[in-house]
Design a protein. Structure first.
Length: 181
């Protein structure tokens, strides 16, 4: 097998591995990949201790996930909102459909309505807090340049290392969180 075919086969295997990972993703993992980017803000606001953030970051970077109880403890405003949403949807709070609805739609509505800290936050900060669907326009070693709503910004590709130029991804703070199918 020549080098070009080996490289193509490696890309196929990497994509298959990512697809298998997505299929096996737990609801905790789904929540955590969207919520973790908010954790550093919680430290700055004083609602999360630096040492607790460091433990979360270590867990995140290791590709691991806290359990439900710890996630609820670290992100109480999100779970307050998730509980209300789950009640409206007549589902359990840890239902994947509820979590998707929250991150893909409801989260931005909360920001737009100025709930909690968002009421006094700058427009630039609120923009970073929102979840956006974006197109990858450049790929670098550890980052992607994405475009959405006529804007461009750099985000980490840590969670989507297989993202390529032209792919659609969801972004939250400084991360591309997942590829959009």
């Amino acid at each position: 097998m020549n080098n070009k075919k080996k490289k193509q086969r490696l890309v196929v295997l990497q994509k298959e591995k990512c697809e298998q990972k997505e299929e096996k993703e737990s609801v905790e993992e789904y929540f955590f990949k969207y919520a973790f980017p908010c954790a550093q803000v919680k430290v700055k606001l004083g609602s999360l201790k630096k040492e607790d953030y460091d433990k979360l970051k270590e867990t995140f970077l290791a590709g691991e996930c806290p359990d439900k109880e710890n996630l609820e403890k670290v992100f109480p405003p999100a779970f307050r909102r998730l509980n209300k949403l789950a009640e409206r949807m007549k589902k359990e709070v840890w239902d994947l459909e509820v979590l998707r609805e929250y991150w893909e739609k409801n989260h931005n509505e909360v920001i737009n309505e100025g709930e909690g800290m968002y009421g006094t936050a700058s427009e630039g900060f609120k923009e970073l807090c929102k979840v956006h669907e974006a197109e990858v326009v450049e790929k670098h070693k550890d980052a992607l340049i994405v475009k959405y709503c006529g804007k461009k910004r750099a985000v980490s590709n840590f969670l989507v290392p297989d993202a390529e130029v032209g792919d659609k991804v969801r972004i939250h703070f400084a991360y591309a969180v997942e590829k959009v199918k």
